[in-house]
Design a protein around this ligand. Structure first.
Ligand code: ADP
Ligand code: ADP
Length: 230
């Protein structure tokens, strides 16, 4: 089942073209890596797919409905509901503990405090950082912060998680831990993941890879199926 599509997506920044007509399908439950060198348009594509940015032309379709034509308010609601985002730097709230950071999306969605804390603690455990639940981001390692950010992105059980260079700020070992947990949890939850990276090693965690070259994808838009059993 196709969950998300880009159809002829074009986007420029002033005179600088970033996407020159990108068409691709994302299958429900897959981990799709979008790769390519710096400046090829990966972030722009991810922002368009996630409804953060509007394309200049072309369409973004999520479960059969246009995303790009939705109002900012509707797109924002989508990002708090069906979509989750994980960026290079976790963007955790510095003043809040790990548990409070993870509980935040639940509180915003109307969950009660006690329930939100219980669920947040379970998610921190699940991604292997239960021991830092009461630490603030400044007291945690980069890898712990990013796993906390991952728990925060997953706590609302989104259908699609968008990850932009999620290990870009981490050393190899911490990066591997983050990716291993992300892949395991995504497969367990049947969460679709769209992962943007310029690192071949990171793309190796995906089920399929689409290479972006200078704002376009290869002719088929099907990408490369990666061997299972990592
Ligand atoms: P990638 O994520 O692959 O590095 P980006 O999507 O960030 O690629 O950028 C694609 C192109 O758009 C690059 O040429 C980049 O310099 C340009 N670009 C990205 N963001 C902006 C911006 N805010 N203003 C101007 N140009 C931008
Ligand atoms: P990435 O790590 O995804 O390649 P960059 O480091 O290229 O991202 O860009 C970081 C930020 O700077 C983004 O918000 C992007 O939109 C912006 N940006 C990128 N290229 C340009 C550019 N040529 N002019 C202005 N802003 C840019």
């Amino acid at each position: 089942t196709i969950v998300l599509q880009a159809r002829g997506v074009v986007r420029a920044y002033g005179a600088t073209p970033a996407l020159r007509g990108v068409t691709l399908d994302v299958e429900e439950g897959e981990i799709l890596a979008i790769t390519g060198p710096s400046g090829c348009g990966k972030s722009t594509l991810l922002h368009c797919l996630a409804g953060i940015m509007r394309p200049d032309s072309g369409e973004v379709v999520y479960r059969g409905a246009r995303v790009d034509t939705l109002s900012e308010a509707r797109r924002s609601r989508l990002r708090r509901g069906d979509f989750g985002v994980l960026f290079q730097f976790g963007q955790l709230v510095a003043e809040l503990s790990a548990a409070d950071n993870v509980a935040l999306p639940l509180l915003l969605a109307g969950t009660g405090r006690r329930e939100a804390r219980t669920v947040a603690l379970a998610w921190l455990e699940r991604v292997g950082v239960g021991d830092v639940a009461d630490s603030r981001p400044g007291e945690m390692s980069g890898g712990q912060q990013q796993r906390c950010a991952m728990a925060r992105a997953l706590v609302t059980e989104p259908r699609v998680v968008f990850a932009d260079e999620p290990t870009g700020a981490l050393d190899t070992l911490a990066g591997e831990q983050v990716l291993t947990q992300l892949v395991r949890v995504a497969h367990e939850q049947r969460t679709t993941v769209v992962l943007v990276t310029h690192e071949a090693r990171v793309a190796g965690y995906a089920d399929r890879e689409i290479v972006l070259t200078d704002g376009t994808v290869d002719d088929t838009g099907l990408g490369i199926a990666l061997p299972a059993g990592r």
